[in-house]
Design a protein around this ligand. Structure first.
Ligand SMILES: *Cc1c(COP(=O)(O)O)cnc(C)c1O
Length: 407
């Protein structure tokens, strides 16, 4: 696990313990007080019995909690749970999803290195790679999410990382993780998968060969829209040799409070995401029939271009994000959004509250029109992060504006 790895005791769990058991029981043994639910360790530093012990611990000769920029019990509990759910040896939690991507790039790349990235990933990911990392001489190519030959053609001798998000936000384009992993490994590079849209409840990218799984804990992992958080799940070696040293110097650490919230969220992750995914599919089917809707994107629909692949990779589930184009443009999309009374108009998903978003003017507003067009994000597009309210109520909320457009 993340620092400090070996000396910190583990919870005794049966070897055969399943994922739901691990989501609830993984972490750290209870404190001497025997609390049943995890304690929240709000402390900036930790004490040592004597000066010599402190010296050994600072020299990494003995594992212990030292300072909460390096590690903290509440953060370790989250990291162990998330690693168990993703099926990786280790995990490092970060202050946000973008903090996780920054940590990834800064710890694995140097000037002259090259990254191949899907052109349809999260808007801030593109900005970070192109504008910020670009300033330091990191080169990047952006390719079609679904065209494996385009990924292959973009690989150079200096390529260190392939970065994919699947399904993408908001287009729900699904890439073939195994095919990209094979490409990366043949080129001596690593495949990183942003698993925000599925969460490990639906998809475990390492099963298909991915080397690093990136998370925004802000989405389904928290699941109730409370905190910003992020994480990278990977091998023990990558975490301890690459990510932890950068973290110790750079401080993109997750606060113990936010870690505690997300760790509690993981306990119900699987139940929530499966229920939200089923509601999303029902809404997608209904939207497909609506006369005011031009197109519906949800990997669970047979009409989705990568439906079969998605069902294989995502445990037979489409996920809880539905994207659709209304007939018309920005004006029509805004009218549907503004007619809602229940859905939150916000830029998030993964919450138990349904959230409605106009990607072109919010989450993807910083991209150029050409970049948006390349990614397929038009002005008539609406993204719905489907929550856990009654399905009939969410449907009625969308129908308010859509029925007016169709009339
Ligand atoms: C939200 C999101 C991020 C960034 O996460 P933050 O926690 O907001 O920093 C990255 N990738 C995807 C797919 C996201 O949805």
């Amino acid at each position: 696990m993340n620092q400090p790895p070996r000396g910190i005791p583990r919870v005794a769990l049966p070897d055969e313990a399943g994922l739901q058991t691990r989501a609830i029981r993984e972490g750290l043994p209870a404190s001497p007080w025997g609390e049943n639910s995890e304690a929240l360790y709000l402390t900036s530093c930790f004490t040592h019995p004597d000066a010599a012990t402190a010296a050994r611990r600072f020299a990494n000769e003995e594992d212990a909690f030292i300072y909460s920029r390096f590690s903290n019990p509440s953060v370790t509990i989250l990291e162990r749970r998330l690693a168990a759910l993703e099926g990786t040896e280790a995990c490092i939690a970060t202050s946000s999803g973008m903090g996780a991507i920054l940590l990834l790039f800064m710890s694995l790349l140097k000037a002259g290195d090259h990254v191949v990235c899907s052109q349809s990933v999260f808007g801030s990911t593109i900005k970070l790679l192109q504008s910020e990392l670009g300033k330091f001489g990191v080169e990047s190519s952006f390719v079609s999410q679904t065209d494996v030959s385009a990924w292959k053609a973009a690989i150079r001798p200096s390529t260190r990382l392939l970065f994919a998000e699947t399904p993408t936000n908001p287009m729900t384009e699904v890439c073939d993780i195994q095919a990209l992993a094979d490409l990366a490994h043949n080129a001596g590079a690593l495949l990183v998968v942003d698993n925000c849209l599925c969460s490990p409840a639906l998809q475990q990218p390492v099963k298909f060969g991915a080397d690093i799984v990136m998370h925004s804990g802000t989405k389904f992992l928290d699941g109730q829209g409370r905190v910003i958080a992020g994480a990278l799940c990977a091998s023990e070696q990558l975490v301890t040799e690459k990510f932890v040293p950068f973290m110790r110097s750079a401080g993109v650490n997750l606060s113990p409070f936010n870690a505690w919230v997300v760790a509690k969220g993981l306990e119900t992750l699987s139940l929530r995401v499966k229920a939200q995914s089923e509601q999303a599919l029902a809404l997608a089917r209904w939207l497909e029939q609506h006369p005011a809707v031009a197109r519906v994107l949800h990997p669970g629909l047979p009409s989705h271009p990568q439906h079969a692949l998605a069902m294989r990779q995502q445990n037979g589930q489409g996920g809880a994000v539905v994207t659709f184009d209304v007939k018309g443009g920005r004006e029509e999309a805004f009218s549907v959004i503004d007619a809602t009374q229940l859905c939150s108009i916000a830029a998030n998903f993964g919450d138990v509250r349904s959230i409605i978003t106009h990607p072109a003017s919010t989450t993807h507003g910083r991209l150029t029109e050409a970049q948006r067009q390349a990614a397929g994000i038009g002005q008539g597009m609406i993204r719905l992060g489907v929550g856990l309210e009654d399905l009939a109520d969410i449907q009625a909320d969308l129908a308010r504006g859509l029925d007016l457009l169709a009339a």
